[in-house]
Design a protein around this ligand. Structure first.
Ligand code: DGL
Length: 274
């Protein structure tokens, strides 16, 4: 089974692209079994310290590995930016040396580098993601000539969680956060939060039509497909019956209602305690 983890239901926007919900062509990853865990009891992670994010994330990983996941995707920028490196270097070798954890930073960084023509890239993310500097570091490691402009948008996740996706107030707040990035003449904008794809149309409409705004789930799908091809020793252990299991740590009704919007198909989660 492939595990997907997010602080809440944002990661479902990534899972949606990976398994191809609503896509014209069937995704090559659709037959794999997926277990999705949203830690909505402790969300948003984006306003927590790196230490707290690391502790919460390892608790979630432990839970998912104990349920039989072989490979887990941190479908959360805040967790990928603040915890993944330490997890891969220290926690995983000590606790689950045969299992793997991947994140969303590298696939997104690689996609942005492919997209930019003028080397001016914007990042919109949670406070924890922007403050970590981890995504900028991944970008610069691969393309040292980039000019990167980052903006933390702490009000956006709570608005999405309230279901305020179509409200004019949300558009106004987005305009406020996007203005400094627009002024920097970026040609590529990274949505460095798995909640933001729900607003991708508004975001595209608010920046110039020349700015490329790609879906982080599309980058993740490419990267995961490639990873599974390169790692048959992991892929051969993954079950493929098309099963989907959803787990949440609080408010199942909210999780199912909003989660269904994020995924584009019905979500019916079980309550778990980490
Ligand atoms: N989904 C999270 C991320 O990608 C944002 C929500 C949160 O702050 O927990 O960073």
């Amino acid at each position: 089974m492939i595990g997907f983890f997010d602080s809440g239901f944002g990661g479902l926007s990534i899972l949606k692209e990976v398994i191809g919900v609503g896509a014209k062509e069937k995704s090559s990853l659709a037959d794999f079994d997926f277990m999705y865990l949203g830690d909505n009891a402790r969300a948003p992670y984006g306003n927590h310290s790196p230490e707290k994010i690391y502790t919460y994330t390892t608790e979630a990983l432990d839970y998912l590995f104990k349920q039989g996941c072989e490979l887990i995707v941190l479908a959360c920028f805040s967790a990928s930016a603040n915890a993944l490196r330490k997890i891969q270097q220290e926690w995983l070798p000590k606790n689950y040396p045969d299992k793997r954890v991947l994140g969303v930073l590298i696939p997104t960084a690689e996609e942005a580098i492919k997209e930019t023509k003028n080397n001016r890239v914007g990042i919109l993310g949670t406070r924890a993601t922007i403050n970590s500097g981890a995504l900028s570091a991944e970008l610069l490691k691969r393309s040292p000539n980039l000019q990167i402009f980052s903006e933390a948008a702490p009000l956006v996740v709570p608005l999405i969680e309230e279901g305020w996706v179509k409200k004019v107030e949300t558009k106004k707040i987005l305009r406020y956060y996007l203005k400094p990035l627009k002024n920097k003449k970026i040609d590529t904008l990274i949505l460095a939060c798995t909640h933001y794809p729900l607003l991708i149309r508004d975001i595209r409409a608010l920046v110039s039509s020349k700015v490329k705004v790609f879906h982080p789930g599309v980058a993740e799908k490419k990267s995961l497909t490639d990873y599974l091809q390169r790692h048959p020793e992991i892929t051969s252990k993954l079950s493929r019956t098309g099963k989907r299991i959803f787990l949440a740590t609080d408010r199942l009704d909210d999780f199912n209602r909003l989660g269904s919007k994020f995924l584009g198909e019905k979500v019916s989660a079980q309550l778990v305690t980490l």
